[in-house]
Design a protein around this ligand. Structure first.
Ligand code: DLZ
Length: 160
């Protein structure tokens, strides 16, 4: 289902793990802050709503989405961090910058997750327009920050 049909703030919350002792890092890109601000708020409030201790939520900002990979690596290599949530918004422009940034961040965050064996969540919007971004940052399609936080929580419940 594409996100045009799905509300990003509607998800199953059955069997969520206890996260009261878990430490989360949230890394937020400053670019498009009118979008990343509400995404961050959604992620933070969702963590708290489902049991995170606010003292265990560690927030840092980076200039742009391209820098999320480095921020995530710093967080993931910190032994007390259990999961990392990365928040960004890359809006398509006249050039292909968005393609380069999006691919680099997606690959970068995957690499960090595998290297450090911790959930690293891609809370990055990749819209064609600012309106599409706002629609997914607390607008008509919900909030991708909420979805990113619930994904981090669910991943902490995955074990073998
Ligand atoms: C340079 C740039 C551009 C053009 N657009 C965005 C964007 O839409 N969203 C975003 O998060 N960052 C953007 N950036 C900044 C890059 O992510 C990065 O910070 C710079 O290229 C410096 O490495």
């Amino acid at each position: 289902m594409s996100s045009a049909l799905k509300n990003l703030s509607v998800f199953s919350t059955e069997n969520l793990p206890d996260i009261s002792e878990k430490h989360f890092a949230i890394i937020v890109a400053e670019w498009n802050s009118e979008v990343t601000g509400p995404l961050f708020t959604g992620a933070y409030e969702t963590l708290v709503k489902y049991g995170a201790n606010e003292e265990f939520i560690h927030v840092r900002s980076v200039p742009g989405s391209y820098e999320l990979s480095f921020g995530a690596a710093l967080a993931a290599q910190a032994s007390h961090i259990d999961a990392v949530i990365c928040i960004g918004c890359v809006i398509q422009g006249e050039t292909k910058h968005n393609d380069y940034i999006n691919h680099a961040v997606a690959q970068g965050l995957t690499n960090v997750s595998i290297q450090y064996n911790k959930p690293v969540i891609f809370g990055v919007l990749t819209p064609n327009t600012q309106q599409q971004a706002l629609d997914r940052a607390g607008g008509i399609h919900g909030n991708k920050g909420d979805e990113a936080a619930i994904t981090a929580i669910k991943m902490l419940g995955v074990s073998f």
